[in-house]
Ligand binder design. Structure first.
Ligand SMILES: [Zn+2]
Length: 70
């Protein structure tokens, strides 16, 4: 598994690779530039719901945690 080419557009957002807590497949999620906090998204593989927590550091780097939505 290698990340795709990084053609990130700073004004739009960026993609992040996350691992599904249910089926353990890796999926790409799009993080909008102004998105921070938590949101719900379904797994593309098994269609079960995630809660994604988006955090940014002072340099604007994005970190995403995924947990099961229950
Ligand atoms: Zn899944």
């Amino acid at each position: 598994m290698t990340p795709g080419p990084s053609l990130t557009a700073p004004t739009m957002g960026e993609s992040q690779i996350v691992r599904c807590p249910y089926c353990h497949e890796t999926c790409e999620v799009w993080i909008d530039i102004d998105l921070e906090g938590s949101f719900v998204q379904d797994c593309e593989v098994c269609c079960r719901p995630w809660v994604l927590y988006v955090q940014r550091n002072d340099e604007g780097d994005v970190h995403v945690d995924v947990t099961r939505a229950q």
